[in-house]
Design a protein around this ligand. Structure first.
Ligand code: UT7
Length: 332
């Protein structure tokens, strides 16, 4: 029987207009442009402003743009998975809200949360529906309004994160393209280093949790950095070895953009030259579920059919993973 693979056939990104610069942050907390650039590589990030605007706004704009770009009717979409750590609300799923706003009348939809690895986990999940043979068009949204859970008086986290939305279209192919392999990992003991303390069933929202700022990101930066550097590089090297790939076989490394130093360490371990690594952290910061697809979207015109790509991410949970895919189309 012919093997069906899931291939990315189009991609779109959307970022809000407002740009929060390092200089503006320097007026809000005790930090500097120089510190932020040296330690993280970030120069600016986009922020979604306006009351009542959540992650679904980012995702819906990205999906509408994708449908316009491809000329596909919203009714043709079978499934939408929204990778996010900042859903509009606890329930219903943000994916449902996006599907409704974008007119996806025939799609079922749900959210998937694996922190900064949400996009990689979602892409793998979506690919299985396609490989099973009964789903033809799936959209993976990677969207996060990180500014909704960032404490803008905490200099250790507020300089890192930004907001963005993306939409990735997956379709079946029987050719030798698309998602070829993936490795996903989880280690729940890492939870102590990176989490949001309140708002879940353990510590429901109360005056006390709000006063204690427990609805914001809690991150032990150095500990997370250590795990991220080793695990992201290890898993990228593991997927290369598993598929008999040498560094010269890889056209692009597409890493999660958490910190430029983590990205560079991963590329070094894989033996990949810096000009073969997609890096846009300087303009967007860490947009969690949107970092990897934002890169693919920005580099889309440079990608050629048959290019070998390694996607790699590490995030809260801890969660991490790598995907090996063969790009399925030439620039249009
Ligand atoms: O995507 C999800 C996974 N997350 C990550 O991968 C993030 C991993 N961690 C990191 O990227 C880095 O640890 C950070 C960017 C969060 C912090 O960078 P660092 O080089 O690890 O700094 P540090 O935490 O070791 O802090 C060094 C110093 C401290 O001062 P003292 O104690 O040496 O006096 C901090 O208080 O830098 C200080 N510091 C700052 N100074 C100016 C921390 N944040 C800032 C800041 N501006 N924004």
């Amino acid at each position: 029987m012919t093997k069906i693979r899931a291939a990315i056939t189009s991609i779109n990104g959307w970022v809000p207009d407002y740009i929060l610069t390092n200089d503006e942050l320097s007026k809000m907390v005790d930090t500097s442009d120089e510190w932020i650039i040296t330690r993280t590589g970030i120069k600016e990030r986009h922020i979604l402003k306006g009351n009542g605007k959540g992650t679904s706004v980012l995702g819906t704009e990205a999906v509408k743009g994708l449908l316009k770009k491809t000329g596909i009717s919203p009714k043709e979409i079978d499934l939408l998975i929204c990778a996010t750590v900042t859903p509009d609300m606890q329930f219903p799923a943000t994916a449902n809200i996006i599907s409704d706003k974008a007119g996806l009348k025939n799609a079922f939809s749900y959210d998937l949360n694996a922190a900064c690895s949400s996009y990689i986990y979602s892409l793998v999940t979506a690919s299985k529906f396609i490989e099973a043979g009964n789903y033809k068009k799936i959209i993976v949204v990677g969207a996060d309004k990180m500014s909704s859970i960032v404490d803008y008086s905490d200099r250790t986290t507020c300089v890192i994160f930004g907001d963005a939305g993306t939409a990735t279209l997956l379709e079946p192919t029987t050719e030798d393209f698309g998602i070829k392999d993936a490795i996903l990992r989880t280690d729940g003991s890492g939870m102590i280093h990176l989490h949001q303390k309140a708002g879940g069933s353990v510590r429901p929202a109360s005056h006390e949790t709000v006063d204690a700022k427990e609805h914001f990101i809690y991150q032990e930066g150095q500990a997370v950095f250590k795990f991220a550097v080793s695990n992201m590089a290890d898993i990228a090297v593991e997927i290369m070895k598993k598929n008999g790939l040498k560094s010269e076989d890889i056209a692009w490394l597409v890493p999660h953009q958490a910190n430029l130093r983590i990205v560079e360490a991963t590329a070094r371990r894989m033996g990949i030259r810096k000009d073969r690594v997609m890096i846009n952290i300087q303009r967007y910061g860490n947009t969690t579920s949107a970092t990897i697809p934002l890169c693919l979207w920005e580099w889309e015109n440079q990608l050629k059919k048959g290019d070998n790509l390694i996607l790699s991410a590490f995030g809260g949970g801890f969660t991490w993973g790598s995907i090996y895919l063969k790009w399925a189309y030439d620039p249009k």
